[in-house]
Design a protein around this ligand. Sequence first.
Ligand SMILES: [Zn+2]
Length: 272
Amino acid sequence: MSRSILKKVRDYREVVEAIDRATRKIPSLQVVEPGVVETEGERYPFYHLTLKGAKTGNPKTRPVYIGGGIHGDEPGSVWAVLEFLKRYSSLPDPYQRFEFTVLPCVNPFGYEHNTRENAARVDLNRQFKNPSPPAEVRYVKQAAANRPFSLAMEFHEDIDTPGFYLYELTQSGEPSWGCEMIARIGARYPVNRNQEIEGMPAEDGLIHRGNADDDFRIMLEQRPDWPQAFYHYANGSRRCYTTETPIHLTREERAEIHLTALDTALQKLWDI
Ligand SMILES: [Zn+2]
């Protein structure tokens, strides 16, 4: 596909303005701009946000990573992050006890042009083992700084799934929270209950892998095209979730599904 036939279907300004509004409403929000994403015709500022709740600083404070928009044709993943920022000030008390690292839109060009890849036709979510990755991936790594997060949540969408599903990666000994996410989401929204999803065995919308799984360990070592979740996992993040919404639902529903998965995980995290 040549660049010339790609049309803008969304405006990245929506992301910029939402971040702007959030900075006025949330005193603890810090906006880091590690650089720009340059294409032939556009320069997109890249945003990495840090959010320290008013009640952080006690021994239970835990770092949480939230990422959206690495695939540009999955806009619900960005809308979910923007909705999270919009709601943040009125979210219940436990939210004030976490330290969030938030990347609202990892692939700004893709977001505007509705392409999975960036302007150079690179799938950013396969670049996390590349020693010289594209700028977008460098900025993600700069934000994550090889830190082990207690929870790494990455929002995605799937164009042909009949319902919600998720990938769960846990370090050895960590309990699975995926079933609870799906129970809450499945009470209101469709879940993909196929026994195989994207070529992987699935159970009631859950694709679970982890340290106890030998095939996964070998694949992690051998596969050169790491997605972002593998990077967080390899850095020791305790739980990595990739949530996938069906795009036939409304914008509001897709955002709500991702935020329900996040809310379930944060409640569990706070109870440990
Ligand atoms: Zn995706």
